[in-house]
Design a protein around this ligand. Structure first.
Ligand SMILES: Cc1cc2nc3c(=O)[nH]c(=O)nc-3n(C[C@H](O)[C@H](O)[C@H](O)COP(=O)(O)O)c2cc1C
Length: 204
């Protein structure tokens, strides 16, 4: 039994996440889809940085979250090595957060091509020009590299093979909302061995 009501109600955690993100789009001044993405390096040392969540796909045991990045970046290499990530989204205006833990793998199919093609030309060329997370001698060197790839790839570049989506398949999702006097509401959804989501209310 659960006493999930109001903003926490529903049978599917991805539907709830989509609804909360939609609310945040109305309230947050900037980047309502920003997530703090955590990875671990080979020594087990955590790393974290912001990325933009671009898709919440599917439902139930097949639901997933997608963001885009350079596969050769620090995060890209850490994900390739561990296959594990966590992220948190926090909306100051709504006083809510969503926490996610799970596995991650590349999304390099038509969905990644379509997203790449939807971006502004300068952003598409920027993806080609940036060796993300590598040392850069100067801003001028980056500008020169953008000019070089512009000449090489023109106005209709294809998606670089080293740039694309990361699809996160969660095993745990937690919805948190601020309550009076720190008596917050927390509901944790966990995927069980039979691929069914189980929910539990947690002490705040
Ligand atoms: C609001 C915000 C959104 C960002 N979105 C992305 C993104 O979607 N993809 C990305 O690769 N980097 C994004 N960045 C930059 C990353 O935070 C980070 O600097 C970069 O990806 C390199 O991280 P790494 O060296 O850990 O791989 C964003 C930064 C901010 C502040």
């Amino acid at each position: 039994m659960t006493d999930r009501t109001g903003i926490f109600s529903g049978d599917d955690p991805f539907d709830i996440a989509r609804a909360w993100l939609e609310e945040a789009r109305q309230e947050e001044p900037n980047d309502p889809n920003a997530i703090a993405l955590a990875t671990v390096d080979p020594e087990g040392l955590p790393d974290v940085r912001m990325v933009l969540l671009k898709d919440i796909d599917g439902q139930g045991a097949d639901g997933s979250f997608v963001f885009y990045t350079n596969y050769d970046s620090a995060k890209g290499r850490q994900i390739a090595a561990s296959g594990k990530v966590a992220f948190v989204m926090h909306w100051k205006s709504l006083r809510r957060q969503i926490r996610v833990r799970g596995t991650a793998s590349r999304e390099e199919g038509p969905q990644a091509d379509a997203y790449y093609d939807s971006r502004a030309l300068q952003s598409r060329l920027g993806a080609w020009a940036s060796r993300q997370s590598q040392p850069l001698s100067s801003r001028g060197a980056l500008v020169a590299e953008v000019a070089r790839v512009s000449l090489k790839y023109g106005t209709n570049p294809t998606r670089p093979p080293f740039w694309g989506g990361i699809r996160i398949k969660p095993s745990q999702i937690e919805f948190w909302a601020d309550g009076a006097f720190r008596l917050h509401d927390r509901f944790q959804w966990t995927l069980d061995g039979a691929d069914r989501w189980q929910t539990a209310r947690l002490f705040p």
